[in-house]
Design a binder for this molecule. Sequence first.
Ligand code: DLZ
Length: 178
Amino acid sequence: MAKNTLKGKAHTSIELEKPEEIKIGIVQAQWNHQITDHMAGECKKALLEASILEENIFHELVPGSFELPLGAQYIENYREPDAVICLGCVIKGETDHDVFINQGITSAIMGLNLRYGKPFVFGVLTVNTEAQALARTDGTKENKGREAAEAALEMIALDRKLKSQTKSTIGFKPYQKL
Ligand code: DLZ
């Protein structure tokens, strides 16, 4: 059972059977690596705490957040994961580069979710300053990497639940003793 620290959520835990069968990709942007290293560390820790096996966590680096969607697609193509977590940190600068990067990756990551029918989690900080980023990753109050891991596990649990319910209700009804 994984602890759930997602903000504003009613449930406090995620039930996951057979966690040893779950494969998760983590794709981490190296831009602002002092932030994304924290995020990836906490993300991995949360997955291990949920009994995901270390050998089933595929952690890969890409240059910047712009490369996250393609990196995630590579993991999808070559590792057949149950979910891919995209971790990045885009900090506002003097120009509008952050707006273009954020818009591009948000819709690209959403597109991956719907194309492959599995979670590609948006674990990207979009902040105005490095201080804001650190406040969201230092692990004392919150860590977006951990939250991203929890979102992936929760979506995997939802998929499994609906799949198992579908199996038992489609087709003939199981024999019931009167
Ligand atoms: C170029 C750039 C800039 C200016 N800022 C960031 C940032 O704040 N966060 C981030 O993850 N990446 C940044 N990048 C790099 C782009 O995401 C990308 O790696 C390059 O434009 C190469 O495609």
